[in-house]
Design a binder for this molecule. Structure first.
Ligand SMILES: Cc1cc2nc3c(=O)[nH]c(=O)nc-3n(C[C@H](O)[C@H](O)[C@H](O)COP(=O)(O)OP(=O)(O)OC[C@H]3O[C@@H](n4cnc5c(N)ncnc54)[C@H](O)[C@@H]3O)c2cc1C
Length: 392
């Protein structure tokens, strides 16, 4: 067993770290100011410009198969890359990628949706959650009824990331009520690719963070038969696969952000004096620094193990839940401590800590809440699907 990064992994980590420090961190003040003024975080065209710079550094389609022009870095590399990118709150995403489930598209759909998404000419979103069905994804109500060569979609979706900007949505709807009931939601639902101009409407949802998802309304939206993604009545598994992809990555992001705010806290503690001494000399501050360092590394290993396991072609769902649950909570604790170490300054909008504090709260909710991760982890152990210490 080797517990150190390879030279290649170190090189990727260093390259992306330099990119983040040189291209993204200098934009932080502008991003904060724009957000405070209710403007988009980055001016139009800026994301594309940054993506092209990342491309020059070799980061394009980082998880996209090579046959589609991607770098297909593998999961360990992805984990390292996401940890580095999360050291800034500048809303950057790499160009050249598409949702994992879009690769189930047939050849026609690939030409129409997958390739333009990879090329950045189309934006997608994925919609499973409804006002009455979040954790309980098997309880969705949106229906699709066949009419000739088309399906007619009716219902609502909520909290859809990218739903305000997307050109098309991959929406999950019930296509066979009996099957849906008899399989307790596991079958009888289908994933439809629905262009915005087929008639669905979106509305911005204001949240406590800068991340504004959308509510979507489908009122007799007619979708051609050829827009079924994957198989009829088998859309539930696609939904789980979409959610599962991002799960452990939430942990990776938490590690990166936590590292950054802890470094800020260490620097601040050495320079801020109270009662004639730097606060770094106070045991109360040292305890916060020590606890945070231990927890960041614990989360890092969980994330790397989840990534490594997937690279080995093994089922990483148990580890992904553990990495997400622990990482998200670690991130919240560490950011809270960083804010505390900065005292009143931590609470101001002069520093980005309050912004991270608000963003981090989301990590415990989306892609499966803390409680749902605990349900999954305990169920796996109680039913004997996994054993303690299995994944080493
Ligand atoms: C910013 C944001 C972006 C999102 N992006 C997307 C997206 O792109 N696409 C999409 O489809 N969805 C998206 N979601 C939805 C997200 O996945 C759901 O909000 C999440 O799964 C929780 O569902 P809910 O909000 O309905 O809470 P509920 O399911 O109503 O849960 C409420 C509370 O009850 C707890 N609870 C529920 N069931 C159990 C149980 N069995 N045991 C113990 N406790 C339980 C929960 O943990 C939570 O604390 C997004 C959400 C947010 C906030």
């Amino acid at each position: 067993m080797e517990l150190r990064l390879t030279d290649e992994q170190k090189m990727v980590q260093q390259t992306i770290r330099k990119f983040v420090e040189k291209e993204l961190m200098p934009l932080e003040n502008d991003v904060l100011r724009n957000e405070r003024e209710g403007k988009p975080s980055l001016p139009p065209g800026k994301l594309k410009e940054l993506q092209l710079k990342a491309k020059e550094a070799g980061f394009w389609g980082i998880n996209t198969p090579e046959e589609y022009g991607g770098a297909d870095l593998g999961q360990m590399m992805l984990a390292l890359v996401y940890m580095e990118v999360a050291k800034t709150f500048v809303p950057f995403s790499f160009g050249g990628s598409a949702d994992n489930i879009l690769y189930y598209a047939n050849e026609e759909q690939k030409k129409k949706y997958l390739i333009p998404t990879i090329n950045g000419d189309k934006k997608s979103c994925f919609a499973m959650t409804e006002p009455g069905a979040g954790s309980d994804t098997q309880n969705i109500k949106m229906t699709a009824v066949k009419d000739g060569n088309e399906w007619v979609l009716n219902g609502e979706k909520t909290f859809i990331t990218g739903g305000n900007e997307a050109d098309f949505v991959m929406a999950i709807a019930i296509t066979d009520k009996e099957l849906h009931k008899s399989t307790r939601g596991r079958e009888g639902v289908t994933c439809f690719i629905v262009d915005r101009d087929m008639g669905w409407k979106s509305e911005y949802i204001h949240t406590m963070g800068e991340w504004g998802p959308a509510g979507l309304v489908f009122d007799n939206v007619r979708v051609p038969e050829e827009n079924i993604l994957g198989e009829l009545n088998k859309g539930y598994n696609l939904g789980l696969e979409w959610i599962g992809f991002a799960r452990w990555i939430v942990g990776a992001r938490a590690v990166g952000a936590a590292e950054r705010v802890m470094q800020m806290s260490i620097d601040y503690a050495k320079e801020r004096e109270t009662f004639g001494k730097p606060i770094a000399d106070r045991q109360a501050i040292q305890i916060m620094i020590a606890d945070s360092a231990v927890e960041i590394d614990a989360a890092r290993w969980l994330v790397l193990n989840a990534a490594y396991t997937l690279d080995q072609g093994e089922d990483n769902r148990h580890l992904a839940s553990m990495a997400k649950l622990y990482g998200a909570n670690m991130g919240n604790r560490v950011i809270d401590r960083a804010l505390q170490i900065h005292g009143g300054m931590g609470y101001t909008r002069e520093l980005p800590l309050e912004r991270w504090y608000r963003e981090a709260r989301l990590w415990r909710i989306y892609d499966g809440t803390d409680e749902i991760q605990r349900v999954i982890i305990s169920r796996n152990l109680l039913k004997g699907h996994v054993k303690l210490g299995q994944f080493i």
